[in-house]
Design a protein around this ligand. Structure first.
Ligand SMILES: Cc1cc2nc3c(=O)[nH]c(=O)nc-3n(C[C@H](O)[C@H](O)[C@H](O)COP(=O)(O)OP(=O)(O)OC[C@H]3O[C@@H](n4cnc5c(N)ncnc54)[C@H](O)[C@@H]3O)c2cc1C
Length: 281
């Protein structure tokens, strides 16, 4: 976030723009329009010790009982071989993005409390946001990427609050002792496994780490297991007896790196920006 108290120094201000970018990271098409940031990340094989970017181009749709529903390559899809899927740790992407900016561009630990003006009209040409610490920032364009419970969506853009979608997710990055090969996960493949009321996905970030998620139906007020170990046991419960190495994948995840989130959505009929302020993420 750029502090632009001086009107001369207007810039594109994005709250946690990097966090917003990470949402797109696995869905961007390759080619001229794609984010150049990926070219900054060493791909698998680019660094022997810690490859940071894995490219996948195949999908497997599977059943929890071991049945293969469909296996296909991106070249078989409508958009053909222009599609690409990239697996990278968010922390690595954020570091590369941050390092590519001039020193002092980003201010950490600043929280926005409200939008003072949205800009774009006569008399209020630029957006101005207020920070919790009291100062204001003025920008040429304001991109709010402050998450599902976005303050700017609520306080600045007047959007409806997100609603609970009816399901919850666990996510993590597994570090299996024998590498991704020991889990039988091909490096070039995204796996989606369907169970009853539960869906899981996994793909390799490199030959040592596997990203995975599970989503499962859950009541809105379901209590969150109180410790990392209890959350691990809970996550395992949803894939008990599943094929495709799901249990082993979750078991090889450091318990403290496991995250649990309630999935929410916000329906705006496409209206998520006003003047020179917009919501992303
Ligand atoms: C089950 C599941 C699986 C997924 N799998 C993938 C996947 O494989 N690949 C993929 O790319 N995405 C995946 N996603 C989606 C991805 O996790 C989210 O879409 C993404 O994290 C949303 O990014 P965001 O920047 O909008 O919000 P967040 O990641 O929530 O970031 C918001 C940021 O804003 C900051 N913030 C909050 N309030 C303020 C404030 N008032 N002022 C300033 N800053 C503030 C927060 O500290 C935080 O840093 C998955 C999501 C789920 C639920």
């Amino acid at each position: 976030m750029h502090d632009t108290s001086s009107a001369q120094n207007k810039t594109c201000v994005s709250f946690c723009a990097a966090c917003c970018v990470r949402k797109l990271l696995t869905r961007l098409p390759a080619g001229e329009g794609a984010f150049h940031v990926f070219r900054l990340l060493p791909s698998s094989g680019g660094s022997a010790s810690a490859p940071l970017l894995q490219t996948a181009h195949r999908v497997e749709l599977l059943r929890d009982n071991g049945r293969l529903l469909r296996r296909f390559g991106f070249e078989e899809c409508d958009a053909g071989s222009k599609n690409e899927f990239r697996g990278v740790r968010r922390g690595h992407l954020l570091r590369v993005l941050a390092d590519s900016l001039p020193p002092g561009t980003i201010s950490f630990g600043e929280r926005v409390s409200r939008l003072v003006q949205q800009g774009g009209s006569a008399g209020s040409p630029w957006p101005i946001a207020q920070l919790e610490k009291g100062s204001t920032i003025e920008a040429g364009v304001l991109v709010a990427a402050d998450g599902a419970r976005s303050t700017l969506a609520r306080e600045g853009l007047g959007l409806p609050p997100p609603g609970y979608a009816g399901y919850t997710a666990y996510r993590g990055v597994a570090c299996p002792e024998g590498g991704t090969a020991s889990l039988g996960i091909p490096l070039d493949t995204i796996r989606v496994v369907w169970g009853t009321g539960v869906r899981a996905g996994q793909y390799a970030l490199n030959d040592k780490e596997v990203y995975w998620f599970t989503v499962f139906n859950a009541p809105a007020d379901e209590a969150v297991p109180p410790s990392a170990e209890a959350r691990m046991a809970d996550a395992l419960k949803y894939v008990k007896g599943w094929a495709w190495g799901l249990e082993e994948t979750i078991r090889s995840t450091p318990a403290t790196s496991l995250s649990r989130s309630r999935i929410t959505d916000r329906w705006t009929l496409g209206a998520f920006g006003k003047g020179l302020v917009t919501l992303a993420g």
